[in-house]
Structures are given as structure tokens and as C-alpha cells.
Write a protein that binds this ligand. Structure first.
Ligand code: GAL
Ligand code: CA
Length: 353
């Protein structure tokens, strides 16, 4: 019996070192930072839903920086594949991860991951994609690091309303007093995408501005998909469109590429565009006047908080030990959003330094 078990452990070790070697030769499947001192440092197993996501690449960078000399970070690219992510979690546990930092592919998969971690008494810090509250309450070692999703929608709505009021003569092209918009939505079912869509529009209306939705569709947070959508909308609605509202900057940038092709932003052909994230590429657009503004989604602090909590958990400490973070009643650390326009562009720059 004992022998058998030992054999199993041994073959698992062999299997995981093969996996580790495979991981190293394949740049998309994972990186291990803190390799040199790796053995002395506790291991944190992490997944990003896909490396090929503009905003998440900044979160990832912040995690790498925060992990340095603190934990051995085993970071995986889940390539937008939930089944793959579950396998990665199994492998990370087999490799001896002392805590997990999980950016879900599908927010609904949180319970499956908690079940696996709970069976081994391993703490889990979810980040960026908020799981259902019941998943966190069901496991004392589960936490969330992210934002209050609705806040980004409210701030974006306020930004839209202010810009509209200040430029109505120019923006209200058909002079009907209503704001005709198209909206590029993030991944359907993603708490950020749902809340931004709802609260941005609700807030504009609450400010007493009448709106008319010409079109709304998902472009899955993605610039190229957003360009395709925007091409089709320009072909269909042309200058009936008075505002482009995007759930994130990636899609706002994609829309701008399409608008530029259609002759916008030269001469007096203009289109107000807003996004969320305030990534460096968007800050450039704000600077050059091609974007009205964005809402800073603080990648640096979310990445740092994720590692701070995961490192404490890996060391068997209270997750907040020695940090400045606070948990709300949902066991979540929520980093605030900030409106960014040309007037305070430095706020965005500092956040991505
Ligand atoms: C959002 C962010 C998007 C995208 C998404 C991925 O918070 O604004 O750009 O990265 O997370 O889950
Ligand atoms: Ca109008």
C-alpha cells in the first residue's frame, strides 16, 4: 500500500517535471519567475484567462514584478479555454502550489476550482473575473481581488454626459437633442461587461440626457473584433452615429482604427469615443484628441494585491498581513476606478509606469 503510494508520488513528480520542461519550451504555456531562489520561496500557482488580452498583459506584468524575490510564481496562459485552465490547476496543485491565483476563463467555473483547492486545503485568490458570492462564502480560504464593476459604468456614464453637455452643438449631428450611440460590449456574462453596459447608459439617462441605441454587440474585449463591428456599423448608420461607447479600451482602439479608415479625425469629421482601462495606448489617443477619455482600471495595484494576498496565503499567514489592502463583506479587495481625460492624463501614466 505504502509502496504503491510512493510510486504514485514519484510518477507524479516525473510527470510534473516533464510538464515543467514542456512549459519552459513553450512560451505561451507558462513562465516561472523567481527561478534562482525558487526552491526557497513558496510556490504560487497562477492562471491568466488569456495572455493575448491587452489589459491582462499589464496585470500580468504587475504580478511578475510583485512576485520577484517573494514567491515562486508559476504563471499559465489558459488561452481562453476553461477545460485547459482546469487541467492547469490540477498540474499546479501537483507541482506543489501553496496557493492559487486564478483569473477565470468562465466566471461560472469558480466552484470547480474551489472544490479542487479545498480538497487539498489550498487557498485561492480569484482576480479580475469575479465569481459568484456563494463560491467565496463556501470556502474560508477563497478571496477575490478586482474592482466594483458598476463603478466603471457609472464613471463612464458621467464622462459621456459631461462631454455631451459641453459639446452638444458639435456632437448632436442630427440636432434632435438625443444622443445616438453604438456600444461595444465585452464578453457577455462577464461581470465587468454587464455592469459597464448597464450603468454607463443608466447614468447618462439619470443626467437627463435622452439616448437612442443604434447598435450594441459584443466584440469580446478585442480590438480586431471591434474594428469589424465598427466597419459594419459605419456602413449601416454612417453619421447617424454620435457616440461610440466601449466597455474597454482595446475595443475603443479597434473602433478608432475603423473610424480613421472612414475619414474620421481629419478635417472636421469627428466622433467621440470612450473606453475603460486607461491603458497606455488609449492615453495616447486621449492626448491626441481621438478619445474623449477612459476610466482607469488599475492593473498595477490589482496585480500587486493579487500577489500580496496569494503570497501571504502561501506562507500560511492572514491574507492581509503586512499589506495596505482591505477586504469588504464579500471577501474582496476592490481597487477604485478613476476617470481619466486630457486634464489628468498623468494619473493614467503613473498607474502604468
Ligand atoms: C476587464 C478589462 C478588460 C479585460 C477583462 C478581462 O476588467 O477592463 O479590458 O481585460 O477585464 O477579464
Ligand atoms: Ca442626436
Amino acid at each position: 500500500m505504502f509502496k504503491k503510494k510512493k510510486g504514485l508520488i514519484l510518477s507524479l513528480t516525473v510527470a510534473s517535471s516533464i510538464l515543467l520542461a514542456a512549459g519552459c519550451s513553450n512560451s505561451t504555456s507558462g513562465t516561472d519567475s523567481g527561478k534562482d531562489k525558487g526552491d526557497a520561496l513558496p510556490a504560487v500557482g497562477a492562471t491568466i484567462y488569456k495572455f493575448d488580452d491587452n489589459f491582462m498583459s499589464y496585470v500580468r506584468r504587475a504580478m511578475d514584478t510583485a512576485a520577484k524575490d517573494k514567491v515562486k510564481l508559476m504563471l499559465n496562459d489558459s488561452q481562453n479555454d476553461q477545460a485547459k485552465q482546469i487541467e492547469q490547476v490540477d498540474t499546479l496543485i501537483a507541482k506543489g502550489a501553496k496557493s492559487l491565483a486564478i483569473n477565470l476563463v468562465d466566471p461560472k467555473a469558480a466552484q470547480t476550482i474551489v472544490d479542487k483547492a479545498k480538497a487539498k486545503n489550498i487557498p485561492v485568490i480569484f482576480f479580475n473575473k469575479e465569481p459568484d458570492a456563494t463560491v467565496l462564502t463556501g470556502y474560508d480560504k477563497a478571496y477575490y481581488v478586482g474592482t466594483t464593476s458598476s463603478e466603471s459604468g457609472v464613471l463612464q456614464g458621467e464622462l459621456i454626459a459631461k462631454a455631451w453637455e459641453a459639446n452638444k452643438d458639435k456632437y448632436d449631428k442630427n440636432k434632435d437633442g438625443k444622443l445616438q450611440y453604438v456600444l461595444l460590449k465585452g464578453e457577455p456574462g462577464h461581470p465587468d461587461a454587464e455592469a459597464r453596459t448597464k450603468f454607463a447608459i443608466d447614468t447618462v439617462k439619470e443626467k437627463g440626457i435622452q439616448v437612442e441605441e443604434l447598435a450594441m454587440d459584443t466584440a469580446m474585449w478585442d480590438a480586431m473584433k471591434a474594428t469589424e463591428k465598427m466597419d459594419a456599423w459605419i456602413a449601416k448608420y454612417n453619421d447617424k452615429i454620435e457616440f461610440v461607447i466601449a466597455n474597454n479600451d482595446g475595443m475603443a482602439l479597434g473602433a478608432i482604427a475603423s473610424l480613421e479608415k472612414a475619414g474620421y479625425f481629419s478635417g472636421d469629421k469627428f466622433m467621440p469615443v470612450v473606453g475603460v482601462d486607461a491603458i497606455p495606448e488609449a492615453l495616447e489617443m486621449i492626448e491626441s484628441g481621438k478619445m474623449v477619455g477612459s476610466i482607469l482600471n488599475d492593473a498595477k495595484n490589482q496585480g500587486k494585491a493579487t500577489i500580496d494576498l496569494a503570497a501571504n496565503a502561501a506562507n500560511g499567514k492572514d491574507v492581509l498581513d503586512g499589506t495596505e489592502w482591505k477586504l469588504d463583506d464579500k471577501k474582496a479587495v476592490r481597487v477604485p476606478y478613476i476617470e481619466v481625460t486630457k486634464d489628468n492624463i498623468q494619473v493614467g501614466r503613473d498607474a502604468y509606469k
